[in-house]
Ligand binder design. Structure first.
Ligand SMILES: Cc1ncc(COP(=O)(O)O)c(C=O)c1O
Length: 309
């Protein structure tokens, strides 16, 4: 069932009235950018906490909008107020996933960039716990490559980039796998269709560099911090495809997937087919952080907050 409301251009809006014009550049050419954000019920049950909102706004404003020369009509503070307003309007008290989209609207001529009209909308969906967080997912190395930084940069969270994700994910699903790993144009490991990847090799946490055709993930950053906190050395480096076959543990990291163990890749089983010990410790710490143990600056209270427009 669809949620009752969206937030569109400054207003909580009934789902059925949340429409974009067919002439908008968003519809015509996929000209929009977005963020996927999580809200978690706090460990004490009394609140809903948005995780690392400042980092999401930084990536949206300082990354995606900047590269595409888009101007948002709404400031980060206004978007924060909008997310809270929407969660309240939909009476969300449990874990949820929120998408915040900034789009190019109908153009009255050729694209000019910052002067072109834009709009913004948000969707919020309930997100019950994922049973595969324990049992793991089956992966495969995709024949589809991530786009290059010089074509359509994976660093930019542009909606159109997700056609690459869509085709790679669908292809993997049709072959019986859950989530693929994509290589970059150099044939090195980049990331999943919507999540970064980590390997555990001899007690070391390894993840591709930000220059390996990845989205600079916020969960990736959180996991690197958890690794340091738990005393695991962390290496950000180029990763060969076959390293995925000889790693002791593999996991995906992303706002949506959280810390998701991979228990098989291309028929190579990992850790006897269940979550590995290091992945398990990182996953446990991740959930402690998102449910209230993180530094105050990483958590935005939904039901306790003063909403500032
Ligand atoms: C392609 C891609 N890589 C990685 C990520 C993980 O990023 P984050 O942890 O900020 O959600 C995402 C999710 O937004 C993504 O779409």
């Amino acid at each position: 069932m669809n949620p009752k409301h969206t937030w569109m251009n400054g207003r909580v809006t009934p789902w059925e009235e949340s429409l974009l014009h067919v002439g908008s550049d968003a519809v015509l050419r996929g000209a929009s950018v977005f963020e996927g954000i999580r809200a978690y019920r706090s460990a004490d049950g009394g609140d809903l906490l948005l995780f690392r909102l400042a980092e999401h706004w930084q990536r949206l404003f300082g990354g995606s909008l900047r590269v595409l020369r888009m101007r948002s009509r709404f400031s980060p503070d206004q978007l924060t107020a909008g997310v809270i307003e929407l969660l309240k309007a939909n009476e969300v008290r449990d874990d949820a996933h929120i998408r915040v989209v900034v789009y190019f609207d109908v153009l009255d001529g050729p694209a000019r960039g910052e002067e072109d009209p834009t709009g913004a909308y948000m969707l919020a969906f309930p997100k019950p716990p994922n049973p595969k967080l324990e049992s793991g997912v089956r992966s495969t190395i995709s024949a589809w490559r991530r786009p290059t930084d010089n074509s359509i940069s994976p660093r930019v969270k542009a909606s159109a980039n997700y056609l690459n994700s869509r085709v790679a994910l669908l292809d993997a699903n049709l072959k019986g796998f859950d989530i693929p790993v994509l290589l970059n144009e150099r044939g090195k490991v980049s990331e999943g269709p919507g999540q970064n990847i980590f390997l555990v090799r001899d007690g070391v946490l390894v993840t591709p560099r930000v220059t390996d055709a990845i989205l600079e993930g916020i969960t990736r950053q959180t996991v690197i911090g958890i690794g340091a906190e738990l005393g695991f050395p962390v290496e950000e480096r180029e990763v060969d495809a076959t390293e995925l076959y000889v790693a002791q543990e593999l996991f995906f990291a992303g706002t949506n997937m959280e810390v998701q163990p991979i228990t098989e890749i291309d028929g190579y089983q990992l850790g006897g087919g269940r979550i590995g010990p290091i992945t398990e410790r990182i996953q446990r710490r991740y959930f402690e952080l998102v449910r209230g143990a993180a530094p105050q600056a990483w958590l935005t209270s939904v039901h306790g907050a003063q909403v500032v427009a």
